[in-house]
Design a protein around this ligand. Structure first.
Ligand code: ADP
Ligand code: MG
Length: 343
């Protein structure tokens, strides 16, 4: 039987992945990014761009939004969006770009230079410009610091316009790469500032209007306040509204009420650490579990960790995991006490 919700009009509109038709309060950033990549449509070199700012404030949404609009308006430019958590080496990134251009890449056996030359060949043949977004680029630089060098090389080999949009939470992500590479990328920075409470209210109002048949005015301010308190991450507001709407839906209510939102606020914690915990490797998850018991010096941590996993590997490997966990800000190292702990 088809069940019609009393409250949801379009539940998707409250999900994290939903990309709305409008992004209120990011008009200025959208405009700059669009202007930076626009030369590609006229066969001129686009301006490489670096977007940075706190988690959950529209960096990914703006990038995908501009790409969507751009492809609709300029079919002679191909846009490729890559999340570097999923593609964190030079070979992985280059293969992904190939795949998006319709080149079949042999999973095994192709060396980096071969992938690169096929890619360059294809780009030259297509006579299309290409704009590549490397979202969460810190993951790529962490794993494979030469990767950006390979991307710069594409630019040197082909005459068609190639532009790169880098996105990260970490404003200092490029401090880890060679200054020569950084300067050859000639990057324009766009800083995303956190939303104010009133901006957060506007954003959540629009999303809620799309999602629900009805809601009390008070629910927005509650959710917006909560999101601002949880570090300004819009997702905390969306999650509170989604969870509360599900309660209202179960009760066959036609309207989301303040009482529903109040019920869920406590369980809606910071979103970013939870997302990260899903993305890290199994061994890293074990390390976090150990550290949840308290702080540990490296020796003791290694011992405890070794007992908790089948293949602990060398101390060096544990150090690398810890470096990564520190890098994504899930773990902190207290220098004075020589202790690792949960951040
Ligand atoms: P970031 O990449 O900065 O971590 P996202 O772009 O993923 O954050 O945004 C988090 C969530 O908030 C997404 O669901 C996104 O659609 C939403 N969002 C952020 N800014 C806006 C906005 N200005 N208007 C509508 N939704 C927004
Ligand atoms: Mg993002």
């Amino acid at each position: 039987m088809f069940y019609e919700s009393t409250i949801f009009k379009n539940e998707d509109a409250l999900s994290f992945e939903y990309l709305p038709e409008l992004l209120p309060h990011r008009e200025a950033q959208i405009k700059i990014l669009a202007q930076n990549i626009e030369p590609a449509a006229n066969n001129r070199r686009p301006q490489n761009t670096f977007i940075f700012g706190a988690p959950g404030i529209g960096k990914t949404a703006v990038t995908k939004f501009v790409f969507r609009e751009f492809e609709e308006n300029f079919p002679n430019v191909k846009t490729v969006y890559i999340n570097c958590w999923d593609y964190n080496t030079s070979v992985a990134v280059l293969s992904k770009i190939c795949e998006e251009l319709g080149i079949i890449v042999q999973r095994r056996g192709w060396a980096k230079d071969e992938i690169l030359s096929r890619l360059v060949e294809m780009l030259a043949k297509m006579k299309k410009g290409i704009i590549i977004a490397l979202d969460e680029v810190d993951q790529l630089i962490f794993k494979d610091s030469n990767a950006l060098y390979d991307l710069v090389r594409i630019n040197q080999y082909v005459k068609i316009p190639v532009g790169i949009v880098f996105v990260s939470n970490d404003p200092l992500v490029f401090s880890k790469i060679e200054p020569r590479i950084r300067s050859s990328l000639n990057i324009d920075d766009i800083e995303f500032k956190p939303y104010t409470l009133s901006e957060m209210k506007d954003i959540l109002t629009e999303r809620t209007k799309l999602a629900l048949r009805g809601f009390e005015d008070g629910v927005i301010i509650l959710a917006a306040n909560h999101a601002v308190k949880k570090g300004g991450d819009v997702r905390a507001g969306l999650e509170a509204l989604m969870k509360a709407s599900k309660i209202a839906d179960d009760k066959n209510e036609s309207k989301l009420k303040v009482e529903h939102v109040k019920k869920v606020l406590q369980e809606v914690t910071k979103v970013k650490p939870r997302i990260l915990e899903e993305r890290i490797s199994e061994n890293e998850k074990v390390i976090l579990d150990v550290l949840k018991e308290g702080g540990f010096e490296f020796r003791n941590l290694y011992e405890k960790y070794s007992k908790s996993v089948e293949n602990p590997g060398t101390e060096k490997m544990l150090r690398n995991y810890l470096k990564h966990l520190e890098n994504v800000k899930l773990v902190k190292y207290l220098k004075t006490k020589k202790v690792f702990k949960i951040a």
